[in-house]
Structures are given as C-alpha cells and as structure tokens.
Write a protein that binds this ligand. Structure first.
Ligand code: ZN
Length: 167
C-alpha cells in the first residue's frame, strides 16, 4: 500500500511540474525564445528551470533541457544529476537525451511528442531516424510520456507569433 501511495505522489508531483514546464515553454515564446521549457527536480523539489534560447543567444545547443540541466548542476554544485528527474514540455531531441544520459538523470518525463513539434516546424524526427533507438528496457533511465491536454499550447503560441525566427 505504501508503494501505491508513493506512486500516486510521484504522479501528482510530475503533473504539477509538467504544467510548470509547459508554462515555461509558452512564456519562452513571448520572451523571444523557442517554444520549449524544462525543469530539473530532486526529492520532490524543483532545482532549476530552463527554456529554449537558441536564437536569443545564438547557441544551437541551448535547448530547454540542456539549459535546465546546466542550471541544476550549478545550483547543486555537481556534474551529476543522479537522483533527479528531467521534466520537459516536449519529447527530448537525441542531443538532449544524450545529455540527460551524460548527466545521469534518473528519469525523463515529457508531454508534447516529436510529432507535435514537427507540426510547429521543429522536425527532429529526422534526427531520430538517423539513430536506431534501443528498446527502452535496455536504457539506464526511464523515459515517460505524460500527456497533458495543453501539451501543444507552446507550439500554438509559436505559430501565432508573426515575428518568430524559424530555425
Ligand atoms: Zn534538445
């Protein structure tokens, strides 16, 4: 029974964190970033947040997940995010998945998927096609899809922004 309660709490936490990540993604569009938001949490607390800043900082690797993991490492004063969860508004691209593996995060949770992103002009499906993904059972961290109703809100904000810089 205890296990079930803990499981429910984890899901509750992750829903709240995902709402925050989606809000970060939508706010990012308003502030000149890309429509992606992420956060790193540990022991039930948010450690750091991040949003996509590729065009804003002329940095092609400044994805939300990388930004959040960099900030989390600085805050925790470590290069390892063991024991942490990476919560991201959209399915991580292969670069961010690799970065999460290097950072040793325990778990990745995302809401919008690669197909939602493709509709908004972010087609990293082609990168996925370049890499043959191993079955998830062979991965050292779990990757979970948490489908919230507003998962595509950041992309809708992006497509509605007339002065966006496509990349
Ligand atoms: Zn990425």
């Amino acid at each position: 029974m205890t296990t079930h309660t803990q499981e429910t709490n984890v899901q509750e936490f992750e829903r709240v964190w995902m709402e925050k990540a989606i809000t970060l993604a939508t706010t990012s569009v308003t502030n000149g970033g890309g429509p992606f938001g992420a956060l790193v949490a540990k022991d039930g607390e948010v450690v750091a947040i991040g949003n996509n800043q590729v065009t804003a900082t002329l940095d092609p690797v400044a994805h939300a997940e990388v930004s959040a993991m960099r900030a989390a490492c600085k805050k925790l004063d470590t290069f390892s995010l063991e024991g942490c969860v990476l919560v991201t508004s959209c399915e991580p691209c292969p670069m961010c998945l690799s970065a999460a593996l290097w950072a040793r995060v325990d778990r990745v949770v995302y809401s919008a998927d690669r197909h939602d992103a493709a509709v908004a002009g972010f087609d990293d499906r082609k990168f996925y096609d370049l890499f043959e993904k191993k079955p998830e059972s062979m991965w050292p961290m779990s990757v979970a899809h948490l489908d919230l109703p507003n998962r595509t809100a950041p992309f809708e904000a992006w497509l509605a922004k007339p002065d966006r810089i496509d990349y």
